[in-house]
Design a protein around this ligand. Sequence first.
Ligand code: ADP
Ligand code: MG
Length: 722
Amino acid sequence: PSMAQNGRVTTDFKQSNQAHNSNAFARREEIRQQRESLPIASVKERLIEEVKKHDVLIIVGETGSGKTTQIPQFLFSAGFCREGKSVGITQPRRVAAVTVAKRVAEECGVELGQKVGYSIRFDDRTSGVTRIKYMTDGLLLREALLDPYLSRYSVVIVDEAHERTVHTDVLLGLLKNVQKARLKSGTLDVIASKKNGTNGTLPGKEGISQSANVLKQSQDRKFPPLKLIIMSASLDARVFSEYFGGARAVHIQGRQHPVDILYTLYPEKDYVDAALVTIFQIHLEERHGDILVFLTGQEEIEAVERLVQERLRQLPESNRKLVTVPIFSSLPSEQQMRVFMPAPDGHRKVVLATNIAETSVTIPGIKFVIDPGFVKARSYDPAKGMESLIIIPTSKAQALQRSGRAGREGPGKCFRLYPESEFEKLEDSTKPEIKRCNLANVILQLKALGVDDIFGFDFIEKPSRAAIVKSLEHLFLLGALTDDCKLSDPVGHQMARLPLDPIYSKALILASQFNCLEEMLITVAMLSVDSVFYAPREKLDESRTAAKCFASPDGDHITLINVYRAAEDLLEKRKWVPHTERNEKIFKAKSEKIFKRWCKENFINGRSVRHARDIHSQIRGHVEQMGLRITSCGDDMLQFRRCLAASFFINAALKQPEGNYRAFGTGQVVQIHPSSVLFQSKVECVVFNEMVQTTNKYIRNVTRIEYMWLTELAPHYYTMQS
Ligand code: ADP
Ligand code: MG
């Protein structure tokens, strides 16, 4: 090669490389400055000393002070990750685990999944060299099943403990035991509660070999103590401190600018509409600054997103400089990061968030907060054994957290969409989730961990006896427990292994016997995501007509399968068009575009379908590992419906003369939800998956079954009833 050519190439390369380097340099410098200006930076050394001195430490600090992103890095640099040990940080929310891990990887200048990674259900970005690992609290609970001493961690940080999710509460109890067990480095006994003399041996073949293994391990080597850090944004550290025998608590000073709180004069009938009006009021009347709106879920967020776009189109060109960015947990992770990016020049950003943005993630640039005052929460009625999602008013503590988000970088404003007199009526703080949810899942996991005496388990706050009893009964009905309340073999153990709600795990296990596991995998994946159909208020008729082409007269489960398969055909281009080379090429290039258009035309939520495909491939992996037979029932949907009846028999309902339905298990009078394909149909008997309560009690995801199947397929329940 000639010198000239070589020279040119090299210079070009150098130039672009230089540009890249200086960009990267600027970015690193920016990040360094951001980190140094965080309130937590000035107390780094003191914090490290505290962790060294105390095995349990409670850190309270205002949201945005740098707890989540900085403390793990402090610990890493202080040598807590020597000898291959890791720092694990748990988050109640998937989004927080993902976005924070990405940020910290960038701060450390490493690729995600190397030194810094995250692991959440159905998505693992860690490797053997990961030392700072963000994860959901539920995931760490699952890890404990395979590694009861959590031996790979030198420090576990339970973040956002004030949220008091059911997983956080159970995890705290578990960690307390692991800490004791590590000190003794003895047998697994300590892990199980000893109140009634159980020795903590895991039942079943697999369990016995597992604990024998652990015993051997612990004889071979001693475990170093486990450091435990509990982080919370709520000032009240007392509950945690008391639970850990008077553990040390430290407070980190934050910086907070004044926030003007504005209330409405009268109660708002429709808070979505009120939020919309407020967004435009701020946009047109206030100076620069981004807006954060708290909504209750994906459907609401997407509806507001569409409405904002529509109204923008009606404004003069010069007023259209407004961009919307959604954030909720099932949003694909690349899209979640968009909330952290500044809006294009001269534009204002409106972040539409669930209560994720309350304390878990801090978004820069927010000056205005719109708080309708509601949150979606789980609610459980132990008498009826029914869990439902309801929209309830926030607590005072939540309202304060939300308004605080407006004053991080300068003075801000918070618009509460309710009258001031309503604020006084709010509860002080949110009730821990463990007091208002179905405990079947938790009990199944505790049993798998060797905790047989659920009543004796050292919960930070005990769930009611009635709720425990009802949940045990539920597991018993599903065949997960034996007569003496041990995990059954193999069903109970298989169910504990699947990262799903027990009733779905059972459905998969049964489906392999009914030869319809392929269909059930799709169903469970589709039921695990937010709603697949959307019905904008303005286009209700159009969307209903579109949905009809997937509708099965048998019900929603088969309808969901139809949608999934249609999407699959599009994305994998299988049956859609004849397989010619030309088609193949065109569709390869255009399949994404076609999929998007197809979603739009059919009022289908593309994000949800993609998410379902993801979940599908993960659960498929699990059931394959378990050795279940994956076969399809083909066109024999009768078989599939029988399997649904056998799986969801606890949620069956019978038509009443006046047209309503009555749920067998609970005796509640319910109606089929308007979004169901069986809405207004006259079927006699159905099974369903979900109950939602608004003005009426509605059942969702409903399929037609024969009444007789129930006594045939679930005689243990239905002979008992009659
Ligand atoms: P805390 O846990 O105390 O609430 P964090 O450690 O989450 O605080 O946040 C510290 C700072 O890091 C905040 O100013 C926040 O805006 C910033 N930050 C966190 N994640 C990101 C991200 N992905 N991109 C940009 N900034 C981020
Ligand atoms: Mg945090």
